[in-house]
Design a protein around this ligand. Structure first.
Ligand code: SF4
Ligand code: SF4
Length: 511
Protein backbone atom coordinates (compact mmCIF):
# COMPACT_ATOMS: atom_id res chain seq x y z
CA UNK A 1 0.00 0.00 0.00
CA UNK A 2 1.31 3.42 -0.90
CA UNK A 3 2.25 5.54 2.12
CA UNK A 4 2.26 9.31 2.36
CA UNK A 5 4.45 11.66 4.30
CA UNK A 6 1.62 13.68 5.81
CA UNK A 7 3.93 16.36 7.14
CA UNK A 8 5.52 16.79 3.70
CA UNK A 9 2.09 17.14 2.10
CA UNK A 10 1.08 19.71 4.72
CA UNK A 11 4.32 21.57 4.13
CA UNK A 12 3.68 21.62 0.40
CA UNK A 13 0.13 22.87 0.96
CA UNK A 14 1.47 25.62 3.20
CA UNK A 15 4.08 26.28 0.46
CA UNK A 16 6.92 26.07 2.98
CA UNK A 17 10.40 25.35 1.57
CA UNK A 18 11.87 21.94 2.38
CA UNK A 19 15.17 23.54 3.38
CA UNK A 20 15.18 26.49 5.74
CA UNK A 21 17.78 29.20 5.17
CA UNK A 22 20.58 29.17 7.70
CA UNK A 23 20.17 31.49 10.65
CA UNK A 24 23.62 32.67 11.65
CA UNK A 25 24.56 31.63 15.15
CA UNK A 26 26.55 33.90 17.46
CA UNK A 27 27.58 31.66 20.38
CA UNK A 28 28.37 33.55 23.57
CA UNK A 29 31.56 32.70 25.42
CA UNK A 30 30.73 30.25 28.23
CA UNK A 31 32.48 29.98 31.59
CA UNK A 32 32.55 26.87 33.73
CA UNK A 33 34.02 23.43 34.27
CA UNK A 34 32.98 21.96 30.92
CA UNK A 35 34.25 25.01 29.05
CA UNK A 36 37.57 24.67 30.91
CA UNK A 37 37.73 20.99 29.98
CA UNK A 38 37.07 21.90 26.36
CA UNK A 39 39.88 24.48 26.41
CA UNK A 40 42.31 21.86 27.73
CA UNK A 41 41.23 19.29 25.13
CA UNK A 42 41.45 21.90 22.38
CA UNK A 43 45.02 22.87 23.31
CA UNK A 44 46.13 19.25 23.70
CA UNK A 45 44.58 17.98 20.44
CA UNK A 46 45.76 20.96 18.38
CA UNK A 47 49.20 20.68 19.99
CA UNK A 48 49.42 17.00 19.08
CA UNK A 49 48.29 17.67 15.52
CA UNK A 50 50.61 20.60 14.78
CA UNK A 51 53.72 19.44 16.71
CA UNK A 52 53.86 15.67 16.18
CA UNK A 53 55.62 15.80 12.76
CA UNK A 54 58.43 17.80 14.35
CA UNK A 55 59.28 15.19 17.00
CA UNK A 56 62.51 13.36 16.15
CA UNK A 57 63.19 9.68 16.90
CA UNK A 58 66.61 8.15 16.33
CA UNK A 59 66.34 4.89 14.35
CA UNK A 60 69.95 4.81 13.20
CA UNK A 61 71.43 5.93 9.90
CA UNK A 62 69.29 3.68 7.70
CA UNK A 63 65.80 4.90 8.69
CA UNK A 64 64.14 8.32 8.93
CA UNK A 65 64.39 10.11 12.27
CA UNK A 66 60.81 11.46 12.24
CA UNK A 67 58.83 9.94 15.13
CA UNK A 68 55.56 9.70 13.19
CA UNK A 69 55.89 9.32 9.44
CA UNK A 70 53.73 7.81 6.71
CA UNK A 71 56.36 7.04 4.08
CA UNK A 72 54.24 6.36 1.01
CA UNK A 73 57.21 6.09 -1.34
CA UNK A 74 58.83 3.25 0.65
CA UNK A 75 55.46 1.99 1.87
CA UNK A 76 56.26 2.20 5.59
CA UNK A 77 54.48 3.69 8.59
CA UNK A 78 56.74 4.81 11.43
CA UNK A 79 55.31 5.45 14.90
CA UNK A 80 58.09 6.08 17.41
CA UNK A 81 59.69 2.63 17.97
CA UNK A 82 57.18 0.82 15.74
CA UNK A 83 57.67 0.32 12.02
CA UNK A 84 54.73 -1.10 10.08
CA UNK A 85 55.18 -2.74 6.67
CA UNK A 86 52.35 -3.03 4.11
CA UNK A 87 51.89 -6.75 4.94
CA UNK A 88 51.38 -5.75 8.59
CA UNK A 89 48.42 -3.53 7.77
CA UNK A 90 46.34 -5.61 10.17
CA UNK A 91 47.77 -3.41 12.94
CA UNK A 92 46.10 -0.39 11.36
CA UNK A 93 42.90 -2.41 10.92
CA UNK A 94 43.12 -3.37 14.61
CA UNK A 95 43.58 0.25 15.63
CA UNK A 96 40.55 1.27 13.55
CA UNK A 97 38.45 -1.47 15.19
CA UNK A 98 39.64 -0.26 18.62
CA UNK A 99 38.72 3.30 17.67
CA UNK A 100 35.25 2.11 16.62
CA UNK A 101 34.69 0.19 19.85
CA UNK A 102 36.01 3.18 21.81
CA UNK A 103 33.45 5.37 20.07
CA UNK A 104 30.66 2.91 20.95
CA UNK A 105 31.88 2.90 24.57
CA UNK A 106 32.00 6.68 24.87
CA UNK A 107 28.66 7.20 23.14
CA UNK A 108 26.80 4.60 25.18
CA UNK A 109 28.31 6.10 28.35
CA UNK A 110 28.16 9.87 27.85
CA UNK A 111 26.39 10.44 24.54
CA UNK A 112 28.14 12.37 21.80
CA UNK A 113 31.17 13.36 23.88
CA UNK A 114 33.35 12.71 20.84
CA UNK A 115 31.36 15.34 18.91
CA UNK A 116 31.31 17.85 21.74
CA UNK A 117 34.95 17.68 22.81
CA UNK A 118 37.36 16.00 20.41
CA UNK A 119 35.91 15.90 16.89
CA UNK A 120 38.23 17.94 14.61
CA UNK A 121 35.22 19.90 13.35
CA UNK A 122 34.35 20.96 16.92
CA UNK A 123 37.98 21.74 17.81
CA UNK A 124 38.61 23.88 14.74
CA UNK A 125 35.25 25.68 15.03
CA UNK A 126 36.22 26.49 18.64
CA UNK A 127 39.56 27.84 17.42
CA UNK A 128 37.90 29.95 14.71
CA UNK A 129 35.44 31.28 17.30
CA UNK A 130 38.34 32.35 19.53
CA UNK A 131 39.63 34.46 16.63
CA UNK A 132 36.16 35.80 15.85
CA UNK A 133 35.54 36.84 19.46
CA UNK A 134 38.97 38.44 19.77
CA UNK A 135 38.36 40.61 16.70
CA UNK A 136 34.60 41.22 16.65
CA UNK A 137 33.71 40.83 20.32
CA UNK A 138 31.32 38.49 22.10
CA UNK A 139 27.80 37.57 21.03
CA UNK A 140 26.00 40.93 21.28
CA UNK A 141 28.81 42.88 19.63
CA UNK A 142 28.93 40.38 16.78
CA UNK A 143 25.16 40.56 16.26
CA UNK A 144 25.38 44.37 16.17
CA UNK A 145 28.31 44.24 13.77
CA UNK A 146 26.43 41.90 11.44
CA UNK A 147 23.47 44.26 11.34
CA UNK A 148 25.58 47.41 10.92
CA UNK A 149 26.14 48.79 7.40
CA UNK A 150 29.60 48.32 5.92
CA UNK A 151 32.07 50.81 7.30
CA UNK A 152 35.85 51.09 7.44
CA UNK A 153 35.88 49.57 10.94
CA UNK A 154 33.65 46.68 9.92
CA UNK A 155 35.73 46.05 6.79
CA UNK A 156 38.97 46.00 8.80
CA UNK A 157 37.47 43.54 11.29
CA UNK A 158 36.11 41.30 8.59
CA UNK A 159 39.35 41.28 6.59
CA UNK A 160 41.42 40.64 9.74
CA UNK A 161 39.20 37.78 10.83
CA UNK A 162 39.16 36.03 7.47
CA UNK A 163 42.91 36.55 6.99
CA UNK A 164 43.66 34.86 10.33
CA UNK A 165 41.17 32.10 9.55
CA UNK A 166 42.93 31.48 6.23
CA UNK A 167 46.31 31.42 7.96
CA UNK A 168 45.01 28.84 10.45
CA UNK A 169 43.50 26.83 7.59
CA UNK A 170 46.77 26.95 5.63
CA UNK A 171 48.83 25.87 8.63
CA UNK A 172 46.35 23.03 9.18
CA UNK A 173 46.85 21.82 5.61
CA UNK A 174 50.60 22.41 5.95
CA UNK A 175 50.80 20.33 9.13
CA UNK A 176 48.99 17.47 7.43
CA UNK A 177 51.56 17.02 4.65
CA UNK A 178 54.41 17.05 7.20
CA UNK A 179 53.19 13.61 8.29
CA UNK A 180 54.13 12.26 4.84
CA UNK A 181 57.72 13.52 4.48
CA UNK A 182 60.63 14.79 6.54
CA UNK A 183 58.99 17.86 8.11
CA UNK A 184 61.99 20.25 8.39
CA UNK A 185 63.12 19.56 4.83
CA UNK A 186 59.59 19.75 3.42
CA UNK A 187 58.99 23.05 5.23
CA UNK A 188 62.06 24.58 3.54
CA UNK A 189 61.02 23.15 0.17
CA UNK A 190 57.48 24.48 0.60
CA UNK A 191 58.58 28.04 1.30
CA UNK A 192 61.30 28.05 -1.38
CA UNK A 193 58.97 26.70 -4.06
CA UNK A 194 60.85 23.40 -4.39
CA UNK A 195 58.21 21.04 -3.01
CA UNK A 196 56.30 18.64 -5.25
CA UNK A 197 53.14 19.92 -6.89
CA UNK A 198 51.03 17.42 -4.96
CA UNK A 199 52.21 19.02 -1.70
CA UNK A 200 50.95 22.47 -2.76
CA UNK A 201 47.72 20.93 -4.08
CA UNK A 202 47.12 19.11 -0.77
CA UNK A 203 47.75 22.27 1.25
CA UNK A 204 45.40 24.21 -1.03
CA UNK A 205 42.59 21.63 -0.71
CA UNK A 206 42.94 21.37 3.08
CA UNK A 207 43.14 25.16 3.44
CA UNK A 208 39.91 25.49 1.51
CA UNK A 209 38.09 22.72 3.40
CA UNK A 210 39.28 23.89 6.85
CA UNK A 211 38.30 27.48 6.15
CA UNK A 212 34.94 26.51 4.67
CA UNK A 213 33.93 23.81 7.16
CA UNK A 214 35.38 25.40 10.32
CA UNK A 215 34.87 29.07 9.58
CA UNK A 216 31.85 29.37 7.31
CA UNK A 217 29.69 26.24 7.61
CA UNK A 218 30.32 25.39 11.29
CA UNK A 219 27.24 23.74 12.84
CA UNK A 220 25.81 22.89 9.40
CA UNK A 221 28.54 20.27 8.98
CA UNK A 222 27.34 18.47 12.11
CA UNK A 223 23.66 18.80 11.30
CA UNK A 224 23.60 18.06 7.58
CA UNK A 225 26.88 16.45 6.50
CA UNK A 226 27.98 14.16 9.32
CA UNK A 227 26.32 10.72 9.58
CA UNK A 228 27.26 10.30 13.25
CA UNK A 229 24.17 12.05 14.71
CA UNK A 230 21.99 9.54 12.84
CA UNK A 231 24.02 6.54 13.99
CA UNK A 232 24.43 7.49 17.63
CA UNK A 233 20.74 6.96 18.45
CA UNK A 234 21.31 3.19 18.17
CA UNK A 235 24.07 3.34 20.78
CA UNK A 236 22.21 5.19 23.48
CA UNK A 237 20.06 3.47 26.05
CA UNK A 238 18.18 4.48 29.19
CA UNK A 239 21.44 4.37 31.20
CA UNK A 240 23.42 6.67 28.89
CA UNK A 241 24.29 10.09 30.27
CA UNK A 242 23.16 12.88 27.98
CA UNK A 243 22.86 16.62 28.43
CA UNK A 244 19.34 17.02 29.75
CA UNK A 245 17.13 19.92 30.72
CA UNK A 246 15.48 18.76 33.95
CA UNK A 247 12.07 20.19 33.30
CA UNK A 248 10.73 18.34 36.35
CA UNK A 249 12.40 21.09 38.39
CA UNK A 250 12.55 23.87 35.76
CA UNK A 251 8.89 24.08 34.79
CA UNK A 252 6.74 26.05 34.77
CA UNK A 253 9.39 28.48 33.62
CA UNK A 254 8.90 32.22 33.93
CA UNK A 255 10.78 35.49 33.66
CA UNK A 256 8.49 36.91 36.31
CA UNK A 257 8.95 34.46 39.10
CA UNK A 258 8.71 37.02 41.87
CA UNK A 259 5.40 38.36 40.59
CA UNK A 260 3.94 34.86 40.17
CA UNK A 261 5.13 33.75 43.59
CA UNK A 262 3.62 36.90 45.10
CA UNK A 263 0.37 35.90 43.42
CA UNK A 264 0.60 32.49 45.12
CA UNK A 265 1.55 30.56 41.96
CA UNK A 266 4.30 27.98 41.99
CA UNK A 267 7.10 28.24 39.46
CA UNK A 268 10.01 26.09 38.47
CA UNK A 269 13.68 27.04 38.64
CA UNK A 270 13.99 28.14 35.00
CA UNK A 271 13.84 31.90 34.78
CA UNK A 272 13.73 31.78 30.98
CA UNK A 273 16.89 33.87 30.72
CA UNK A 274 18.04 32.11 27.53
CA UNK A 275 21.63 31.94 28.79
CA UNK A 276 21.72 28.26 27.77
CA UNK A 277 20.59 29.13 24.24
CA UNK A 278 23.06 32.01 23.90
CA UNK A 279 26.12 29.81 24.47
CA UNK A 280 24.98 26.90 22.33
CA UNK A 281 27.26 26.51 19.30
CA UNK A 282 24.47 24.64 17.52
CA UNK A 283 21.90 27.37 18.11
CA UNK A 284 19.36 25.07 19.76
CA UNK A 285 17.34 25.27 22.95
CA UNK A 286 18.07 22.23 25.12
CA UNK A 287 14.76 22.86 26.89
CA UNK A 288 13.04 21.52 23.77
CA UNK A 289 14.39 18.06 24.66
CA UNK A 290 16.93 15.78 22.99
CA UNK A 291 17.72 16.98 19.50
CA UNK A 292 19.71 15.63 16.59
CA UNK A 293 21.76 18.85 16.52
CA UNK A 294 22.98 18.59 20.13
CA UNK A 295 26.68 17.68 20.16
CA UNK A 296 26.74 17.22 23.96
CA UNK A 297 29.29 19.97 24.48
CA UNK A 298 27.69 20.76 27.87
CA UNK A 299 28.22 24.52 27.50
CA UNK A 300 24.53 25.00 28.32
CA UNK A 301 25.22 23.24 31.64
CA UNK A 302 27.95 25.77 32.40
CA UNK A 303 25.70 28.69 31.45
CA UNK A 304 22.75 27.47 33.51
CA UNK A 305 24.93 26.53 36.49
CA UNK A 306 26.18 30.12 36.47
CA UNK A 307 22.60 31.41 36.52
CA UNK A 308 21.58 29.00 39.30
CA UNK A 309 24.58 30.07 41.40
CA UNK A 310 23.62 33.72 41.07
CA UNK A 311 20.06 32.88 42.11
CA UNK A 312 21.28 30.83 45.08
CA UNK A 313 19.66 27.67 43.66
CA UNK A 314 21.11 24.21 43.30
CA UNK A 315 23.15 23.69 40.16
CA UNK A 316 22.11 21.02 37.66
CA UNK A 317 18.90 22.38 36.17
CA UNK A 318 20.63 21.32 32.97
CA UNK A 319 22.88 18.36 33.66
CA UNK A 320 24.24 15.06 32.42
CA UNK A 321 21.38 12.68 33.29
CA UNK A 322 20.18 9.24 32.26
CA UNK A 323 16.70 8.69 30.90
CA UNK A 324 16.01 6.39 33.86
CA UNK A 325 16.93 9.06 36.44
CA UNK A 326 15.04 11.71 34.51
CA UNK A 327 11.90 9.55 34.38
CA UNK A 328 12.15 8.72 38.10
CA UNK A 329 12.39 12.41 38.98
CA UNK A 330 9.63 13.34 36.60
CA UNK A 331 7.32 10.70 38.11
CA UNK A 332 7.71 12.43 41.47
CA UNK A 333 7.11 15.91 40.06
CA UNK A 334 3.90 15.33 38.09
CA UNK A 335 0.41 15.18 39.51
CA UNK A 336 -2.43 12.84 38.54
CA UNK A 337 -3.16 15.02 35.50
CA UNK A 338 0.38 14.68 34.23
CA UNK A 339 1.22 18.30 35.05
CA UNK A 340 4.47 19.33 36.69
CA UNK A 341 3.77 20.58 40.19
CA UNK A 342 6.90 22.20 41.69
CA UNK A 343 5.64 21.85 45.25
CA UNK A 344 5.66 18.04 45.03
CA UNK A 345 9.48 17.93 44.98
CA UNK A 346 10.25 20.85 47.31
CA UNK A 347 10.14 21.37 51.01
CA UNK A 348 8.74 24.47 52.64
CA UNK A 349 12.10 26.23 52.25
CA UNK A 350 11.95 25.64 48.47
CA UNK A 351 14.76 23.07 48.51
CA UNK A 352 14.55 20.04 46.21
CA UNK A 353 13.73 16.84 48.07
CA UNK A 354 13.60 13.15 47.23
CA UNK A 355 15.06 13.62 43.77
CA UNK A 356 18.39 12.79 42.18
CA UNK A 357 19.93 16.20 41.55
CA UNK A 358 23.51 15.17 40.89
CA UNK A 359 24.88 13.32 37.87
CA UNK A 360 24.83 9.59 38.39
CA UNK A 361 28.30 8.85 36.95
CA UNK A 362 28.09 5.26 38.22
CA UNK A 363 25.61 4.54 35.41
CA UNK A 364 28.65 4.34 33.12
CA UNK A 365 29.57 1.03 34.76
CA UNK A 366 27.12 -1.53 33.41
CA UNK A 367 27.15 -4.76 31.42
CA UNK A 368 27.10 -3.09 28.02
CA UNK A 369 30.04 -0.77 28.71
CA UNK A 370 31.95 -3.61 30.39
CA UNK A 371 31.56 -5.70 27.21
CA UNK A 372 32.90 -2.80 25.16
CA UNK A 373 35.83 -2.33 27.56
CA UNK A 374 36.66 -6.06 27.51
CA UNK A 375 36.48 -6.23 23.70
CA UNK A 376 38.61 -3.09 23.43
CA UNK A 377 41.20 -4.39 25.89
CA UNK A 378 41.27 -7.88 24.31
CA UNK A 379 42.05 -6.47 20.86
CA UNK A 380 44.58 -4.06 22.38
CA UNK A 381 46.44 -6.77 24.32
CA UNK A 382 46.33 -9.16 21.36
CA UNK A 383 47.86 -6.51 19.10
CA UNK A 384 50.46 -5.65 21.73
CA UNK A 385 51.37 -9.33 22.09
CA UNK A 386 51.74 -9.77 18.32
CA UNK A 387 53.72 -6.53 18.12
CA UNK A 388 56.18 -7.52 20.84
CA UNK A 389 56.78 -11.01 19.46
CA UNK A 390 56.75 -10.31 15.72
CA UNK A 391 59.70 -11.47 13.62
CA UNK A 392 61.68 -8.95 11.62
CA UNK A 393 63.14 -11.61 9.32
CA UNK A 394 60.96 -13.22 6.68
CA UNK A 395 61.69 -15.98 4.16
CA UNK A 396 59.80 -16.87 1.02
CA UNK A 397 60.84 -19.42 -1.65
CA UNK A 398 59.63 -20.07 -5.20
CA UNK A 399 60.52 -23.36 -6.90
CA UNK A 400 61.45 -23.09 -10.59
CA UNK A 401 58.52 -24.37 -12.62
CA UNK A 402 60.05 -24.85 -16.02
CA UNK A 403 61.96 -27.07 -15.86
CA UNK A 404 61.19 -28.59 -12.46
CA UNK A 405 64.60 -30.27 -12.45
CA UNK A 406 67.54 -30.89 -14.78
CA UNK A 407 69.93 -33.82 -14.98
CA UNK A 408 73.53 -32.63 -15.16
CA UNK A 409 76.33 -34.26 -17.20
CA UNK A 410 77.72 -35.92 -14.04
CA UNK A 411 74.32 -37.57 -13.47
CA UNK A 412 73.30 -35.41 -10.51
CA UNK A 413 69.86 -33.80 -10.37
CA UNK A 414 69.52 -30.06 -9.93
CA UNK A 415 66.54 -27.96 -8.75
CA UNK A 416 66.39 -24.19 -8.92
CA UNK A 417 64.75 -21.87 -6.38
CA UNK A 418 64.22 -18.14 -6.00
CA UNK A 419 64.82 -17.29 -2.33
CA UNK A 420 63.45 -14.01 -0.98
CA UNK A 421 64.82 -12.79 2.35
CA UNK A 422 63.08 -9.81 3.89
CA UNK A 423 65.16 -7.86 6.41
CA UNK A 424 62.60 -5.71 8.26
CA UNK A 425 65.19 -4.08 10.50
CA UNK A 426 66.58 -0.62 9.70
CA UNK A 427 70.15 -1.97 9.88
CA UNK A 428 72.32 -4.27 7.73
CA UNK A 429 72.37 -7.93 8.79
CA UNK A 430 74.33 -11.02 7.92
CA UNK A 431 71.94 -13.90 7.26
CA UNK A 432 72.91 -17.55 7.13
CA UNK A 433 70.95 -19.67 4.65
CA UNK A 434 70.97 -23.43 5.35
CA UNK A 435 69.17 -26.58 4.24
CA UNK A 436 67.54 -29.00 6.66
CA UNK A 437 66.21 -32.48 5.88
CA UNK A 438 68.11 -33.04 2.62
CA UNK A 439 71.38 -34.78 3.49
CA UNK A 440 73.96 -34.70 0.73
CA UNK A 441 72.49 -31.65 -1.01
CA UNK A 442 74.93 -29.21 -2.57
CA UNK A 443 73.85 -25.61 -2.30
CA UNK A 444 75.05 -23.43 -5.16
CA UNK A 445 74.54 -19.70 -5.47
CA UNK A 446 75.90 -18.47 -8.79
CA UNK A 447 76.60 -14.99 -7.40
CA UNK A 448 78.76 -16.36 -4.58
CA UNK A 449 81.93 -18.24 -5.35
CA UNK A 450 83.29 -20.99 -3.11
CA UNK A 451 80.31 -21.18 -0.81
CA UNK A 452 80.23 -24.16 1.57
CA UNK A 453 77.98 -26.93 0.31
CA UNK A 454 75.25 -26.79 2.92
CA UNK A 455 75.21 -23.19 4.14
CA UNK A 456 75.87 -19.69 2.87
CA UNK A 457 76.15 -16.24 4.42
CA UNK A 458 74.17 -13.51 2.72
CA UNK A 459 74.31 -9.78 3.46
CA UNK A 460 70.84 -8.24 3.85
CA UNK A 461 70.53 -4.50 3.36
CA UNK A 462 68.51 -2.48 5.93
CA UNK A 463 64.76 -2.53 5.33
CA UNK A 464 65.20 -4.41 2.08
CA UNK A 465 64.00 -7.51 0.28
CA UNK A 466 66.97 -9.57 -0.96
CA UNK A 467 66.32 -11.97 -3.84
CA UNK A 468 68.80 -14.79 -4.42
CA UNK A 469 68.90 -17.50 -7.09
CA UNK A 470 69.73 -20.83 -5.42
CA UNK A 471 70.43 -24.24 -6.97
CA UNK A 472 70.42 -27.53 -5.10
CA UNK A 473 71.98 -30.62 -6.62
CA UNK A 474 71.69 -34.20 -5.40
CA UNK A 475 73.15 -37.53 -6.32
CA UNK A 476 70.05 -39.52 -7.48
CA UNK A 477 71.35 -42.56 -5.62
CA UNK A 478 70.75 -40.78 -2.33
CA UNK A 479 67.12 -40.02 -3.24
CA UNK A 480 64.35 -42.49 -2.50
CA UNK A 481 61.31 -40.49 -3.72
CA UNK A 482 60.28 -38.36 -6.66
CA UNK A 483 59.50 -35.48 -4.29
CA UNK A 484 61.65 -35.08 -1.22
CA UNK A 485 60.44 -32.53 1.34
CA UNK A 486 63.08 -30.40 3.06
CA UNK A 487 63.37 -26.97 4.62
CA UNK A 488 65.19 -23.71 3.83
CA UNK A 489 66.26 -21.91 7.03
CA UNK A 490 67.52 -18.34 7.44
CA UNK A 491 69.04 -17.05 10.66
CA UNK A 492 70.55 -13.76 11.74
CA UNK A 493 74.07 -14.81 12.74
CA UNK A 494 74.30 -11.97 15.24
CA UNK A 495 70.90 -12.57 16.79
CA UNK A 496 68.38 -15.26 17.52
CA UNK A 497 65.87 -14.44 14.82
CA UNK A 498 65.23 -17.16 12.28
CA UNK A 499 62.60 -18.16 9.76
CA UNK A 500 62.07 -21.26 7.63
CA UNK A 501 60.24 -22.33 4.50
CA UNK A 502 59.09 -25.87 3.65
CA UNK A 503 60.09 -26.81 0.11
CA UNK A 504 60.33 -29.90 -2.11
CA UNK A 505 63.20 -31.37 -4.15
CA UNK A 506 61.88 -32.77 -7.45
CA UNK A 507 63.58 -35.80 -8.98
CA UNK A 508 60.87 -36.68 -11.52
CA UNK A 509 60.85 -40.05 -13.32
CA UNK A 510 64.49 -40.66 -12.40
CA UNK A 511 63.08 -42.05 -9.13
S1 SF4 B 1 22.20 22.03 23.67
FE1 SF4 B 1 23.85 22.25 25.16
S2 SF4 B 1 25.06 20.37 24.96
FE2 SF4 B 1 23.74 20.53 23.15
S3 SF4 B 1 25.01 21.56 21.64
FE3 SF4 B 1 23.83 23.15 22.67
S4 SF4 B 1 25.14 23.85 24.33
FE4 SF4 B 1 25.99 21.92 23.61
S1 SF4 C 1 20.04 29.01 31.43
FE1 SF4 C 1 18.86 27.78 32.87
S2 SF4 C 1 17.46 29.26 33.76
FE2 SF4 C 1 18.25 30.23 31.93
S3 SF4 C 1 16.78 29.66 30.33
FE3 SF4 C 1 18.37 28.11 30.30
S4 SF4 C 1 17.55 26.49 31.60
FE4 SF4 C 1 16.38 28.33 32.08
Amino acid sequence: MESFDVEAVNRRDRQEPLYAARKKIHPKRAEGRFRSLKWVIMVVTLGIYYLTPWIRWDRGEFAPDQAVLIDLYHRRFYFFFIEIWPQEFYYVAGLLIMAGIGLFLVTSSVGRAWCGYTCPQTVWVDLFLVVERAIEGDRNKRIRLDKAPMSAEKAVKRVSKHTIWLLIAASTGGAWIFYFADAPKLAVDLFTGNAAGVAYATVAVLTFTTYTLGGLMREQVCTYMCPWPRIQGAMLDEHSLTVTYNDWRGEPRSRHQKKLEAAGKSTGDCIDCNACVAVCPMGIDIRDGQQLECITCALCIDACDGVMSKLGLEKGLISYATLNDYNANMAKAVNANGEIEPDRIRNSAGKLIDTLTHTNWRSIIRVRTMIYICAWAAIGFAMLGVLLTRERLDLNVLHDRNPLFVTLSDGSIRNGYTVKILNMMPEPRLIQLTIEGLPGARLIIPDIKDNPEDAVLLPAEPDQLETVKVFLSMDPKTLTEQKTPFRFVVQDINGSERDSYDAVFEAGESK
